[in-house]
Design a protein around this ligand. Structure first.
Ligand code: CUA
Length: 314
């Protein structure tokens, strides 16, 4: 679903949307009343004329109305501030036993780590957040470099990711579906290509996804995939990327253990197919100028084998 704060799919987003509609309705009423009074006064002035040296009865009446209007404005602004405060408080309430996920912002991608009491239960992925419908998910967020902002409008408001500091946000999805999000804080050249997708799944589907992600990477099956793995292991890829169950243990770039199961690559810059992956690997700066991933000097055959191997990692 395209991101829209007007179509809430979760408790928190619904509260924010509700507050937004209250603000809009109050503002509209105030606007109509103010413009209405202005028109009435202007028409009256035109009809009766005015003497600038004395206050007419109508003008004295107008001054009293201004006093009343200031009083009403104070009451309205106070009510709106209180409703905003109450909404914010309910948004930050921790509910039950949430699923805990750590999110780390990078220029320009999202590192996603599912927390677990045991090291074996931790899932690492990137740019895609899978969550079970109906269960609160607590995101513990920080940044590796500059300030980013996590924003999936259908599910929650924005929250900054700040280097050296952890911020929290809780979200719940009421309906299964894919919800798109976007980094909402200018974080450099490729800020616009820093998308995130939240896939809200039925609890059984989520458990199946999590189990699949916990498995080590699939071994290459075909000759071409074997060649691709060789290219990966013997080249510079391993300095930045990890593939669980293989010697590759780099931590600078996204974990690639199940990269083939993701819907897009380069934080939503391209759909995930062997062709786009080969295009990306051959020259990342052409697609995301400023990215830290360098172009790989590979022969056409090596490049294709590498892309097919990575796509096989479902
Ligand atoms: Cu990250 Cu904008």
């Amino acid at each position: 679903m395209n991101h829209s704060a007007l179509h809430p799919a979760g408790l928190h987003a619904a509260q924010i949307a509700h507050l937004g509609w209250i603000f809009l309705a109050v503002s509209c009423v105030v606007y109509v009343v103010v413009i209405g009074i202005l028109i009435v006064v202007l028409v009256q002035r035109r009809r009766h004329g005015s003497d600038p040296t004395t206050l007419s009865r109508a003008e004295r009446r107008a001054l009293t109305s201004v006093g009343i209007a200031v009083g009403i404005t104070t009451v309205l602004v106070t009510c709106l501030a209180v409703s905003e405060f109450l909404t914010r408080r309910t948004l930050e309430q921790d509910t039950g036993e949430p699923l805990r996920v750590r999110i780390i912002g990078h220029q320009w991608w999202w590192e996603v780590q599912y927390q677990s009491d045991t090291a074996a239960g931790q899932v690492q992925t990137a740019n895609e957040l899978h969550i079970p419908v109906g269960r609160p998910v607590q995101l513990q967020m920080t940044s590796q470099d500059v300030i980013h902002s996590f924003w999936v409008p259908n599910l929650q408001g924005k929250r900054d990711l700040i280097p050296g500091h952890t911020t929290h946000i809780v979200l719940v999805a009421d309906q299964a579906g894919r919800y798109e999000g976007q980094c909402a804080e200018f974080c450099g050249f490729q800020h616009a290509k820093m998308r995130i997708v939240v896939d809200a799944q039925r609890p059984a589907d989520f458990d199946a996804w999590r189990q699949a992600q916990l498995q080590p990477a699939r071994e290459p099956a075909s000759e071409q995939e074997k060649r691709g793995k060789q290219v990966f292991d013997s080249g510079t890829c391993v300095m930045c990327h990890s593939i669980q169950g293989s010697p590759a243990g780099g931590t600078i770039g996204p974990d690639l253990t199940h990269v083939g199961s993701r819907s897009s690559i380069a934080a939503g810059a391209l759909p995930n197919t062997p062709q786009t992956l080969a295009l990306w690997i051959s020259n990342p700066p052409a697609i995301k100028p400023g990215t830290t991933m360098p172009a790989a000097a590979l022969s056409g055959e090596d490049l294709l084998s590498l892309a097919l191997y990575l796509e096989s990692l479902k």
